[in-house]
Write a protein that binds this ligand. Structure first.
Ligand code: G
Ligand code: G
Ligand code: MN
Length: 403
């Protein structure tokens, strides 16, 4: 069946020719199309006709596109919006970001002039893309539930309720699996499966992060030790900067590797920088020790937060992970694409490998391969999964078809 059939498309543009062109192409493709050059008429059609998609021109006399977007957000419209403009991609993408942040479902941007093919592409991806959803913050998740406290975490550690989930990483050029990132989950008997953003900050604020890291590191190394046929796989473990002030840690983790016959090169330690790296010298010393003992070090969430060029040059990292906020939007956001290209160049110039996280579609995976990014991780490839599903996933892994 034609994806367009039954889909209602409304066009708002002050230029009647543009309206007619868009409506003509969309109509021929099978969309049920209406257009108007007047914002007020547009609002009334939104209410009475409830279109699925609104193509909105940014530069309008009187009420401009931003005013219209603000009104739409205030009315809580569920119509998906495609922003159209000849003002250039920076303005288009800024408008899209503002609209998204105000809660609208932005389904794409369309620069003028555009080809009929490009219009059809934007329209069809607006239908097939999953709706933009705001993710619930940690506060929402805890609503009406017992608070996560250090005491509760202490008990959970005694009962070994923390568990590693595994998310696969592939090589962009060959699409072979190279390893996994271990992500902490808390299987609480009352609350169910809890995500790290709920409990890691509590653990970091108190004194339980050390024990938690140790339990998760043991699970990681047990898993690596058990990979007989996949002994070349790597596993990345997230390390809190708080752990990087414990002088016992490098020696301890090395001992744990030796006990299980795991090569240190199989373990990657991912570190996110934070504003309060309490003891920069100690951190520098410990990170250097890890490298001396053969572990690999990854700078997590690069490009946002506190990671700086100075830190990057100063600390002995072997890998950089491009933050998912750039990667997830790369298909529609040319600025994000440029940032990715720049980060890949920077990483390679410093002799680091690069992993992009948050890869959600094949276009982005192809893009990453084309710009020389080494590794990719994201929902397209696989979601974080419990250990007992990993073998099966590896057997069934078929690389997504690229261009
Ligand atoms: O999927 P996800 O919600 O798993 O992870 C959210 C965040 O929690 C990530 O930024 C990740 O760095 C952090 N995180 C996940 N597991 C661990 C862990 O074992 N230790 C630390 N310190 N952070 C973790
Ligand atoms: O900060 P860190 O990179 O360690 O966190 C990884 C986080 O990103 C985890 O919460 C993981 O579940 C999440 N994640 C991994 N891949 C994707 C993806 O493709 N899309 C989104 N939205 N989140 C992802
Ligand atoms: Mn990470």
């Amino acid at each position: 069946m034609n994806v367009a059939s039954g889909v209602k498309v409304l066009v708002l543009d002050d230029d009647e020719d543009v309206c007619q062109t868009i409506a003509g192409i969309a109509g021929l493709t099978g969309y049920d199309t209406r257009w108007t050059t007047d914002s007020n008429a547009c609002f009334s059609m939104l209410l009475k006709w409830s279109p699925d998609i609104l193509l909105l021109d940014l530069a309008m006399p009187g009420m401009d596109g931003i005013d219209t977007l603000r009104m739409l957000a205030r009315n809580g419209t569920s119509t998906r919006v495609i922003i159209v403009s000849g003002l250039g991609s920076r303005i288009l993408e800024a408008a899209a970001r503002a609209a998204q942040e105000s809660g609208l479902q932005v389904a794409g941007v369309l620069g003028k002039p555009f080809s009929p093919a490009r219009l059809r592409e934007v329209l069809s991806s607006a239908i097939t893309a999953s709706p933009f959803a705001r993710s619930a913050g940690p506060a929402d998740k805890q609503l009406g539930q017992p608070a996560i406290t250090a005491t509760r975490i202490e008990k959970a550690l005694d009962r070994r309720e923390f568990e590693l989930y595994f998310q696969p990483k592939i090589e962009c050029s060959t699409r072979q699996v190279i390893g996994f990132e271990g992500l902490a989950r808390w299987r609480d008997p009352d609350l169910g499966l809890l995500m790290p953003d709920v409990f890691i900050p509590v653990a970091e604020a108190g004194s339980t992060i050390g024990r938690m890291t140790a339990q998760l590191a043991e699970q990681a190394l047990d898993w690596l030790g058990a990979q007989k046929i996949h002994s070349q796989l790597t596993l990345a473990l997230n390390i809190s900067p708080r752990t990087l002030v414990d002088p016992e840690f490098p020696g301890w983790i090395e001992g744990q590797c030796v006990r299980r016959g795991v090569q240190p090169t199989q373990l990657v330690l991912e570190v996110t920088e934070t504003a309060n790296m309490q003891n920069p010298l100690m951190t520098l010393e410990l990170l250097t020790q890890f490298r001396i003992h053969g572990f690999r070090l990854s700078i997590d969430d690069f490009g946002v937060g506190y990671s700086s060029l100075v830190q990057l040059a100063r600390l002995p990292f072997s890998e950089m992970k491009i933050d998912k906020s750039f990667v997830m939007v790369a298909r529609a956001d040319q600025e994000a694409q440029k940032i990715i290209v720049a980060i890949v160049g920077l990483a390679h110039a410093l002799g680091l490998s690069v992993t992009a996280e948050g890869v959600e579609d094949t276009w982005v995976l192809d893009f990453l391969r084309d710009v020389g990014c080494d590794h990719a991780q994201g929902y397209l490839i696989g979601r974080p999964m419990p250990a007992d599903l990993v073998d099966d996933w590896l057997k069934r892994w078929t690389p997504p078809q690229g261009a």
